[in-house]
Design a protein around this ligand. Sequence first.
Ligand code: AMP
Length: 404
Amino acid sequence: MQTFFTLKDLDVVGKRVLVRVDFNVPLDKKTNEITDDKRIRESLPTIKYLIEKNAKLILCSHLGRPDGKIVDSLRMDNVAARLQKLLNKKVKKLEDCVGISVKKEISKMDSGDIIVLENLRFHTEEEANDEIFSKQLSELADIYVNDAFGTCHRAHASTYGVTKYLKSAAGFLVEKELRVMGDAIENPDRPFIGILGGVKISDKIKVIESLLSKVDKLLIGGAMAFIFLKAQGKNVGKSIVEEGYLDLAKKFLRKSKIFLPIDVIIADNFDANANFKVVNVNDIPNDWAGLDIGHETIKNYKEILKNAKTVVWSGPLGVFEFEKFANGTREIAEYLSTLNAVTIVGGGDSAAAVEKFGFADKLTHVSTGGAASLEFIEGKKLQGIEALEESYKRETVSAVKSHD
Ligand code: AMP
């Protein structure tokens, strides 16, 4: 059943369309150059569709964390320039995102023109979901489209407040993220295997609970594995463990679905050049920390994954940023790319890892949303989507009333 409008439901021809995109791209600390434009590229289907429909495109996004102040290095100029290059079409960047001068520029737009507004988070009102700021944004356009999956879990003015004033729809990227991940989680082909890694169990309690209720098996790696190993009574040396969660780990272990490493790569230091060795999980010395899963574990996990029909993965299986401890994450990413299965990577760091190792294009879906995809896997309703649903309800009720 349809619960919100999608782009193709709306008549956008010749209209001013405010599109909330996620242009929060990583920037080089020294040169301020964009180091990865994936997020811009992912928004192209929506942008190109609107250009084809002769809409007037007004794109808005945040970039970094300026916390309500103007920060020159976080202006949207580089982003607008990259978009112009990708589209091979003029993109105009404005100096603010609301106000008279912005309205004036928009009033001069022709069909098919593209404007990029200045960083939304130069205004504290954006993250505060301020009513007046939301209204000011809405006054720039006739229609609102949310294509910023990465911020859909936030109720900000540009993802939430603005939808109260404009007919609102999900863009193609948001639609795709929800469909692919929704199908995998709610209606998976089985066996359905979950893979969880990363640092903290505390960040992923809800994700673990949700996955345990849905998957057939849950494979654990990353630092998170060590609290489970400790819960089994093993010595984990200096590996990262959140002591306060031992009882919870024990409770999760009662479900026989959880699989843990059988060997790990340990280091004498948290350093790219640390000394390292592979040990059985029963033999971790006091002064060493586990930084990656070992070869036997990789072999075991591949065996479990062999017949999988659906795989959802969140969190790297080791410190993949250091070459010596990247093997587990890389090998599992590579193996997933060979499977005849729906393979989904969600969560910022594991997505970055599969991109880095070059397997992203060979997987079914790599989510653009870090925290948003985790909240989605948890089964939480994303606030930006809730806002689209409210808008849909208002529009459909008023359409019925005017028909009566
Ligand atoms: P998260 O944001 O919780 O998904 O964690 C991602 C981070 O976990 C990455 O930066 C990895 O370097 C880190 N990580 C993965 N495995 C380990 C480990 N065994 N020890 C310390 N950090 C790890």
